[in-house]
Design a protein around this ligand. Structure first.
Ligand code: SF4
Length: 694
């Protein structure tokens, strides 16, 4: 039952699922939420919503929520309910004991992209100023860290270039490695509206996603590339654009580094990178690649939207830079209707990265090596800061296995379910002396925890989220935190138990500190957000009301930098034992590992993860629709039921990862992006067989 009566008040707040960041009116009766109504004043959604934001909030009241802090000496002991103060004291004592025995760097933490800017800012501040190291990472490590690396290298800043309104001015849209219909539904609706008005669509995806052919829509080109060949395909498109003289020479001359462009143009023009030479590798007919490249270069305003099908590869960062190259070569940067637009998965993945959740960067993407930034922050925070980059999540787990990393604070992230090679994650967590899980539910990671700190849902939060278009939206408290403390208070309590002496009275004070120390946020205040509804960073004296379109006059780095993008095949190879390639994605009604959506009434819409397999591959293996099949890789194996469909090409299988029972990440490997360690979830060599096969 969704509708529970007539509301007596409403609170304007922001959806906590995907990176679209829809604004909702939370309608309340007393202290009970009656319904969520999409708000017309929301600049990201303009009155629209999807099923998740509108209906999937029942988890807030789910009986599985843990509302009392828990501790235990060993992970084999039963949990013991304790007060907040006892939980903080227990944790502080363990962390300090670890540091005394194994050094300052033996502990660290992870921020959550589900939490507010203010909450993630405090966690990274605690790690840097109280733990005394830079061992801080974020769940963005496993999704969009290559976006940060690739866009910072080419353009100078780690963010999408446009606002969502921009799509209304696009003439040609390239969607690569993204399925907006399921992953970013409200943006997908705005894109489809533009396509119905006549804009042309190119889809590069191994799977025939809905955008390829749906009601009243048909993509001009579908490039069904073999998983793992994004770089080869994008370079082949660039080859066509350069060798056929379709570049925007004036834009390149005025806005880009000329030497780098000359090197890049010479590189992509090589014969062995042409669509014809790479057709066998990518699996895409050369004529289709040529036609798509010509359309993108000559069809008017060209916009590129991409998702995890770009980033979660061993060449994720290279692919992001190949996309940036394509946009610069065709002059598609710096005005409405164009640009490079990562579709961010989580509600605040942009914000958690902005807030300094990386081991090598302070808030605002300033390197820890940067002495001026360090001096400024040391003055603001009153403690010396380390200039040595800390450990990333995979390095923390590796260091746990060699005994040098022994304690971790995990804010709202289920490492044991969502990170690749589950067996390795479990071994790393098991080797630690103090694992602190700060979350809503006793998740898979909590099986390895010594301390559980109850978290608060978005309805219990006050603060801000930053969406995929850099839009800072207010999150307003709809109800009191059910566990007694908001998440920022929990971090403050733990930091103070370790001697910090913080006294933040409200998240607004934290935002004031963010603005004072982070140039891109310099003019952001809750008063401004109240007046404007939301603003897009950079928001400072140069842009007092924010910046919808970036790089309009010049790139943040000065001249745009073309980067040579050599294709390097993933180590994950098919062979006789593992002849198929597995890739993964999402469905509309579920969200990530399903922690929240599975605890709402919408579970019936997608009750299990299925394995999609092409009819040819199914017939070869004697697999019928609905059969339970064994899915095995070099890393592990699991079982799923089969769906036989030609949405996937022969040789490719596909599944979602929303249900713990499917254990999809048991089969994914340790391979990762060369620059950022983002796991290669999208390419795994597998074998599929009937469970009762000989
Ligand atoms: Fe929430 Fe994203 Fe759906 Fe909007 S599109 S309601 S932000 S899940």
């Amino acid at each position: 039952v969704i509708d529970q009566g007539t509301p007596d008040r409403a609170v304007l707040t922001t959806c906590a699922y995907c990176g679209v960041g829809c604004t909702f009116r939370a309608e309340m009766k007393g202290d009970q939420l009656v319904r969520m109504v999409p708000a017309k004043e929301g600049k990201a959604n303009r009155g629209h919503s999807c099923v998740k934001g509108r209906f999937a909030w029942g988890y807030v009241n789910h009986p599985d929520r843990v509302l009392t802090p828990l501790i235990r000496a060993r992970i084999t002991d039963p949990w013991r309910e304790v007060s907040w103060d006892e939980a903080f004291a227990f944790t502080a004592e363990r962390f300090r004991a670890i540091q005394a025995a194994h050094g300052t760097g033996a502990i660290g933490g992870i921020t959550s992209s589900r939490c507010t800017n203010e909450e993630t800012f405090l966690v990274q501040k605690m790690i840097r100023t109280v733990f005394g190291n830079n061992n801080i990472d974020t769940c963005a490590r496993v999704c969009h860290s290559p976006t940060g690396y690739g866009l910072k290298t080419t353009f100078g800043t780690s963010a999408g270039t446009q606002d969502f309104d921009s799509v209304a001015h696009a003439d040609v849209v390239l969607v690569i490695g993204a399925n907006p219909t399921d992953g970013h539904p409200v943006f997908a609706a705005r894109l489809k509206k533009r396509l119905r008005q006549g804009a042309k669509l190119i889809v590069a995806d191994p799977r025939r996603i809905d955008l390829v052919q749906g009601p009243h829509l048909r993509a001009a080109h579908h490039l069904p590339l073999r998983p793992g060949t994004n770089v080869a395909l994008l370079t082949a498109m660039a080859h066509v654009i350069v060798t056929e003289g379709l570049t925007d020479a004036a834009f390149i001359a005025a806005r880009c580094d000329g030497d780098a462009y000359a090197d890049w143009a010479g590189f992509v023009a090589q014969d062995h990178l042409s669509p014809e030479a790479t057709a066998d590798l990518t699996g895409v007919p050369a004529a289709d690649v040529r036609a798509a490249a010509r359309l993108f270069a000559t069809g008017g305003n060209g916009a590129i939207y991409y998702g995890l099908g770009v980033t979660e590869h061993s060449q994720g960062s290279t692919t992001v830079m190949a996309i940036a190259n394509l946009a610069m070569a065709t002059g598609n940067i710096g005005r409405p209707g164009v640009g490079v637009n990562p579709l961010r998965g989580q509600n605040n993945v942009q914000g958690s990265c902005d807030m300094g959740s990386f081991p090598h960067e302070f808030p605002g993407y300033r390197h820890v090596h940067d002495a001026d930034t360090r001096t400024m922050l040391e003055s603001a925070w009153g403690v010396p800061l380390s200039g040595a980059p800390g450990l990333r999540i995979p390095n923390m787990l590796d260091a746990a296995l060699d005994g040098s990393f022994r304690g971790i604070y995990i804010q709202g992230e289920d490492l044991a379910q969502s990170d690749p090679n589950t067996n390795h994650v479990a071994a790393g967590l098991s080797a630690m002396d103090c694992v602190v899980v700060h979350d809503l539910f006793l998740n898979e990671t909590a099986r390895f925890a010594h301390v559980f700190l109850p978290g608060s849902t978005f309805l219990e939060k006050d603060g801000t989220f930053t969406n995929a278009e850099r839009r800072i939206n207010r999150v307003r408290r709809v109800m009191a935190p059910k566990a007694g403390l908001a998440d920022w208070q929990v971090t403050q309590g733990l930091a103070n138990a370790m001697g910090a002496g913080w006294d933040y009275p409200h998240p607004e004070r934290i935002m004031a500190e963010i603005a004072a120390t982070t140039p891109a946020f310099a003019n952001v205040t809750y008063d401004l957000l109240e007046r404007e509804g939301s603003v897009q960073w950079p928001c400072n004296d140069a842009a007092p009301l924010g910046t919808p379109v970036m790089h309009a006059e010049g790139f943040v780095r000065g001249k745009g930098l073309f980067v040579i993008t050599d294709y390097v095949a993933t180590d994950e190879r098919t062979g006789p034992r593992f002849p198929l390639l597995l890739t993964t994605g999402r469905v509309l009604s579920q969200y990530n590992v399903g922690t929240q959506t599975r605890r709402t009434a919408n579970t019936v819409w997608h009750a299990e993860d299925r394995l999609e397999i092409h009819p040819h591959d199914a017939e070869q293996r004697g697999i019928a629709e609905g059969d339970t099949v064994r899915l095995a890789s070099r890393a592990g194996e699991t079982t799923l039921r089969a769906t036989i469909t030609d949405r996937v090409a022969p040789g490719v299988v596909y599944t979602t990862f929303h249900h713990p029972d499917s254990r999809a990440n048991v089969v994914t490997t340790d391979n990762s992006d060369w620059a950022t360690n983002c796991p290669e979830y999208k390419v795994t060599a597998v074998q599929v067989s009937r469970t009762n096969a000989a």
